[in-house]
Design a protein around this ligand. Structure first.
Ligand code: GUN
Length: 284
């Protein structure tokens, strides 16, 4: 029977660290970190994420600024807002919630966010820095996964690490962070042959597929550490991950639940990045 990795507990510890440091820079330097969150359109999942991000800002003592724009917003209008926020000294971090409506080019918006305020670490400059292992910001979800793996006391160096999924937000940066810690990393995706066999070889398995119950018990090694990044809404409204939790849990040593695993970590790491941004911009 696996031990549950409690994302709520680990994220609470990260947020507490951020809160303590925030109190210090407010009192000693008069700097209050500020995060601007942009949401375009009315995607219900995006609305939930944005609300959670604003709530976390209040918890750690940051200012937050929400910009809710209608789904018809033109790309130029969004770029104008980003430009305004780039030049606003009260705003240390800028996050534009993805996905954006189809008529807006996401890359154009990501590229427009000043690299120093890019707390998602999506800007090509920050992506490049992650690649060479010399980063200011780590991408929030992969960084949160690393914290969760570390909370189990598992050594990553030399281990077989398998990441399922190759998105720019999770799969690719996840593989890079594991590689920086000397994992032997394999990235699997929709065209991978023998996917189950590759997964069975994983000491650390990270699932970021976006398909409910994709990882079944026959695909995991006994005693593996399994991290489930998936967040799938079933027809009955229930949230579930990419891993068939009930059956996989019996075989592995550690596993994250959904919800309450990776989700809260993403937000905690965003708080950490925003604090880093505020410190960098104020030479602290
Ligand atoms: N949409 C889903 N995940 C994320 C994220 O981490 N950041 C942003 N900006 N949008 C997202």
């Amino acid at each position: 029977m696996a031990k549950l990795i409690n994302g709520k507990e680990v994220s609470a510890a990260v947020k507490q660290r951020v809160k303590t440091e925030t109190e210090k820079i407010i009192s000693e330097k008069g700097v209050t970190p500020g995060l601007a969150v942009i949401i375009v359109g009315d995607d219900p999942a995006s609305r939930v994420y944005v609300n959670s991000k604003k709530k976390a800002c209040a918890e750690v003592g940051f200012k937050s600024f929400e910009y809710a724009m209608p789904k018809e917003t033109k790309q130029e209008e969004l770029l104008e807002l980003v430009n305004k926020l780039n030049n606003d000294s009260e705003v240390n971090g800028i996050l534009c919630q993805l996905p954006l409506p189809k008529h807006i080019n996401e890359n154009a918006v990501i590229n427009a966010i000043s690299a120093e305020k890019d707390v998602d670490a999506f800007h090509p400059f920050n992506v490049g820095k992650i690649m060479i292992g010399e980063f200011s910001f780590l991408p929030c979800t992969p960084a949160g996964v690393m914290e969760l793996i570390d909370s189990t006391g598992t050594e990553i160096s030399g281990k077989n690490c398998v990441v399922i999924g190759r998105s720019n937000i999770v799969g690719k940066p996840m593989a890079m962070l594991l590689l920086h810690r000397s994992g032997t990393v394999t990235i699997c995706h929709s065209k991978t042959q023998n996917l189950a066999e590759i997964c069975r070889n994983a000491d650390i398995l990270v699932a970021a597929v976006g398909k409910a119950n994709f990882v079944t018990a026959d695909m995991v090694k006994d005693g593996a550490v399994v991290i489930d990044v998936g967040m799938n809404r079933l027809e009955n409204g229930k949230l579930c991950g990419d891993v068939d939790f009930e059956n996989v849990e019996k075989k592995v040593s550690f596993i994250t639940p959904v919800p309450g695993g990776v989700g809260p970590m993403t937000i905690a790491m965003l708080m950490q990045n925003t604090l880093t941004a505020a410190k960098m911009q104020n030479n602290i």
